[in-house]
Design a protein around this ligand. Structure first.
Ligand code: C2E
Ligand code: CA
Ligand code: CA
Length: 496
């Protein structure tokens, strides 16, 4: 009994602030329990209680602390993310006021590249120890690989500014690991509860968003959650709800528009890009730049992608039925769509359902998708390529392309992002680089398509770099299916 008590107190002293409320209760309860056992033993000396007492205390210990032990991060000794959600939910239920501070080591990838995956863990442990040395005794959680969260109660929250700048100063120092200098880049976010967030889910979203604001800000790496951040999260929630509702409705309001693409040599429009629209909602039109990333994050993009693919294939079958001369319609595929195991079946099934030649459908894939999933993308492209589907490499110039990888993939077209075209207009250096890259791809039999051509000056640049296709407001805006037909028929041509 005494031995168990000793172990508990020792564990509590060793773990310091990480000692949970449950363990503290157990320690406080121990003298009472021991007293009771001694009393019974005193009056009933013929009954031997040692075994029962030992078993009882072990069961108690297991029941009280067994589940807590599991959720401790072995690298840093902080609690895990599950404990964070539990701790926050409890505080919110009790209506207590507190402040959460998220610490994001935002150069984790760089650290991984320098130290390797395994040693990088020790580098993070080093950071955690540095944080702990300046942090007051408050509950700390390792929320993800590179994110730590601390909970301050209302009294401590008054000094939050000072505490945060203390942590910031500590992590701004240069550390060394195995004689290699380590520099941490840190973004810090603070959210007050329940004033700014009254559910654990909302709090997590606000912390993540605020940390990103801190990371992207040029002025400060510390961001205190404000009304704009709250509005942003609310709008995101609103859009998520609308997307879910629309995706569950048979008569959804998603429309697919088509932006005709100009063929330089033929001086006409023979292809178009399918672009999804959500114009009819209670909060007005929502643009894809806003709802596509939300659909991706919320796991809704696969269903949305199916709708766009379905509508585009139906449009292709309509064009064929109307005897309209055109080459193809291209559809954007996002990473989650491409990563699904049945992607090949899904595409072939839809093409078959609408009885369209596979050559009439093209797929646009962005560079970022390829970087992380090279082998999978390669397999998919080869299988679909075998049945005649062609591919565009989309948004070229916005990511960090691995050119040797890209050349290995069977792309027929390269879509140069509008940002490259626009910077080529302003800088001679950018213009030369763009020309050089385009020529290299043309030599590999990859055709160049330039996006976002709005002005005459940009059109001239596009001409000089040898692009075969032009997509941009100067030539045609995204339009509904009926108007797109007029571009294919040559009835409409904004370029002339
Ligand atoms: P994106 O794939 O790069 O599509 C081209 C975007 O550039 C379209 O924006 C188009 O309207 C716009 N654009 C075309 N010409 C010009 C121009 O001359 N100037 C400027 N400033 N912009 C031009 P949109 O339709 O708002 O779509 C934005 C993005 O949303 C798309 O960029 C694409 O990444 C995504 N998206 C749109 N529809 C879908 C879809 O069905 N599935 C997926 N996964 N993503 C989609
Ligand atoms: Ca695209
Ligand atoms: Ca693009």
């Amino acid at each position: 009994m005494l031995y168990t008590a000793f172990l508990l107190v020792f564990a509590a002293l060793k773990n310091g602030r990480k000692t949970t409320f449950r363990v503290k209760i157990l320690i406080a309860f121990f003298p009472v329990l021991s007293g009771l056992v001694m009393l019974v033993q005193f009056y009933a000396s013929d009954v031997l209680l040692t075994g029962t007492a030992a078993l009882g205390s072990l069961i108690l210990m297991f029941l009280f602390i067994g589940t807590d032990i599991v959720d401790i991060d072995s690298d840093t000794g902080f609690y895990g993310s599950r404990s964070f959600t539990e701790a926050v939910s409890k505080r919110l239920q009790k209506n207590s006021e507190f402040c959460c501070v998220l610490l994001f080591i935002d150069n984790t990838q760089e650290l991984k590249d320098t130290f390797g995956r395994q040693k990088h863990r020790q580098v993070i442990t080093l950071a955690a120890a540095a944080i702990e040395s300046v942090m007051p005794r408050v509950p700390g959680f390792r929320y993800s690989d590179s994110k730590f969260i601390f909970i301050f109660d209302k009294k401590q929250a008054a000094d939050i500014g000072e505490i945060i700048s203390g942590i910031d100063d500590t992590l701004s120092k240069e550390y060394t690991f195995e004689n290699i200098p380590v520099n941490y880049s840190v973004s810090i976010a603070a959210v007050n509860c329940p004033e700014q967030a009254d559910t654990a889910e909302q709090l997590a979203e606000l912390l993540e968003y605020s940390a990103l604001q801190a990371k992207n800000s040029k002025n400060s790496n510390i961001f205190y959650c404000d009304d704009n951040a709250i509005k942003h999260i609310r709008r995101k929630k609103e859009i998520t709800d609308i997307l879910k509702r629309e995706l569950n409705s048979d008569e959804n309001n998603f429309e697919v528009f088509y932006q005709p693409i100009y063929e330089v040599l033929g001086r006409r429009f023979r292809t178009a890009e399918a672009l999804v629209r959500l114009n009819k909602t209670e909060i007005g039109p929502i643009y894809p730049d806003e709802f596509i990333p939300i659909a991706e994050e919320m796991g809704l993009i696969v269903r949305l992608g199916d709708i766009v693919l379905e509508k585009s294939c139906r449009f292709i079958s309509e064009l064929i039925k109307d005897n309209i001369d055109f080459d193809a319609i291209s559809v954007n595929f996002s990473v989650h769509q491409i990563m699904r195991n049945d992607i090949v079946e899904k595409v072939t099934e839809t093409v078959r359902k609408y009885n369209i030649p596979p050559e009439k459908l093209r797929i646009e894939i962005t560079e970022s998708v390829i970087i992380d999933n090279f082998q999978h993308v390669k397999r998919m492209m080869n299988t679909l390529g075998d049945i005649g589907i062609k591919f565009y490499m989309d948004d070229f110039g916005t990511g960090y392309s691995n050119l040797s990888n890209m050349i290995e993939l069977p792309f027929e077209y390269l879509k140069i992002d509008k940002s490259l075209v626009h910077s080529a207009e302003k800088s001679e250096k950018a213009y030369f680089i763009l020309t050089f890259i385009s020529q290299a791809f043309i030599k590999q039999n990859i055709k160049i398509l330039t996006e976002g051509v709005e002005t005459e000056a940009q059109e001239k640049i596009v001409d000089m770099i040898g692009a075969s296709y032009i997509q941009g407001y100067r030539f045609a805006r995204p339009v509904n299916g009926e108007t797109a037909k007029e571009y294919f028929l040559g009835i409409r041509n904004d370029a002339c």
